[in-house]
Design a binder for this molecule. Structure first.
Ligand SMILES: [Zn+2]
Length: 157
């Protein structure tokens, strides 16, 4: 498995932002919105409620510290927001962007933390799947993402 470390790091949880805000089309970058839509579709397919991304903003910053691609931030008053590194986004392909957005929404929308490295979860702290591999593991990874994240065993291929 190609270990592609792009450094997804969880945001510091400052307070429990309740996510009240306009629908994401108003506060989510147009570049990110299609991935939010995919996340919503995947959520429903895997038995999660609709509207999980509602109120979670998404915007680009020129660069994030270190090798971070994205970060989920909970503002004490402004709710949840994901910041993406514009530099890393430009260098990423569709599969990588999807993994980054889904990982950050795993934090911001699902409230998940990081999983230990080695099981293949999207909630591991580092992005790991190349495009072809992502295609092969995507369904498993989504099922894991929308589960509790525990007790899902990946069939080793
Ligand atoms: Zn993370």
């Amino acid at each position: 498995m190609r270990a592609k470390i792009l450094g997804l790091v969880a945001g510091t949880v400052l307070a429990g932002g309740c996510g009240v805000g306009p629908h994401y089309s108003l506060n989510v970058s147009r570049r990110v919105a299609p991935y939010y839509a995919r996340f919503e579709a995947a959520a429903v397919q895997h038995g999660a409620p609709a509207g999980l991304t509602r109120g979670i903003g998404a915007r680009f910053v020129p660069k994030l510290p270190g090798r971070q691609v994205g970060v989920c931030v909970r503002h004490p008053t402004r709710g949840r927001e994901i910041k993406f590194s514009a530099e890393a986004w430009l260098a990423a392909d569709d599969a990588e962007r999807e993994q980054v957005v889904f990982h950050e929404l795993g934090h911001c929308a699902l409230g998940r933390g990081h999983e230990p490295v080695g099981h293949g979860s999207l909630m591991e702290p580092a992005l790991r799947y190349g495009a072809a591999e992502w295609l092969a593991v995507r369904e498993w990874a989504l099922r894991e993402l929308f589960s509790t994240g525990r007790g899902v065993t990946r069939v080793v291929d």
